[in-house]
Design a binder for this molecule. Structure first.
Ligand SMILES: Cc1cc2nc3c(=O)[nH]c(=O)nc-3n(C[C@H](O)[C@H](O)[C@H](O)COP(=O)(O)O)c2cc1C
Length: 197
């Protein structure tokens, strides 16, 4: 791959939220996750953990847990019932329709020392692996989307999936064969995001 090809590849990744029903083979998922683990991490701790949701019952439990927390949070904020139900339905459809579903976690014990800065670096490292996973899916011609939902329901996610208590859910990534063209995306001006000193 030339530098230009790689640059174009990196610039062509987009979030894909609708998928064909075709499954993504387990071997492909494992390969994508293996590529994700090549991400950089603070002190090379590799604190990322991946919950690969294969069992339909686990997927159903996750959906139920996340929607129940979403309902409670929105009710507490005073959102109208119709808005709550519309959001729950839309979000649940994402989980139901995703051919592959991976909950991205940080192992909170996998830090060099127990300080807030090290915890942040752990989260940053997990995010690097998340991006690497998105790019690996893109390289396979698959579509993927990072969804923040489990971050808002960390305890509920752990319980629903019976995951180790030291795993801290950061988000989830859905992957499948694209069934949509991504919408136009606007970019902020690089000039406004740079400080040259
Ligand atoms: C940390 C993080 C959380 C995100 N959460 C969501 C989400 O909950 N739902 C969603 O549809 N997209 C989510 N996204 C995807 C963004 O909406 C998307 O990356 C952004 O709109 C830019 O579009 P692009 O990925 O096609 O370039 C998230 C992305 C990141 C990095």
């Amino acid at each position: 791959m030339t530098n230009t090809n790689l640059r174009d590849f990196l610039r062509s990744r987009r979030s894909i939220r609708r998928f064909k029903a075709d499954p993504v083979p387990d071997s492909v998922i494992e390969d994508l996750l293996a590529t994700a683990t090549f991400a950089p991490s603070a002190h090379n701790r590799q604190p990322w953990r991946f919950a690969v949701i294969k069992d339909p019952a686990a997927r159903q439990r996750l959906g139920a847990a996340l929607t129940s927390k979403m309902r409670a949070d929105m009710q507490a904020e005073g959102a109208p019932q119709s808005e709550i139900e519309a959001r729950v339905t839309r979000s649940l459809r994402r989980i139901d329709e995703a051919p592959a579903l991976i909950v991205l976690c940080r192992d909170v014990t996998d830090v060099r020392v127990d300080t807030p800065e090290e915890a942040i670096m752990g989260t940053q490292s997990v995010a690097a692996a998340g991006l690497q996973l998105l790019l690996a899916a893109h390289a396979e011609g698959l579509g993927a989307n990072w969804i923040c939902w489990p971050l808002y329901a960390q305890t509920e996610t752990l319980t629903a999936l019976d995951l180790p208590k030291d795993w801290e859910p950061q988000g989830m990534i859905i992957i499948g064969h694209p069934n949509e063209a991504p919408k136009e995306k606007s970019f902020k001006s690089l000039q406004n995001m740079m400080a040259i000193r």
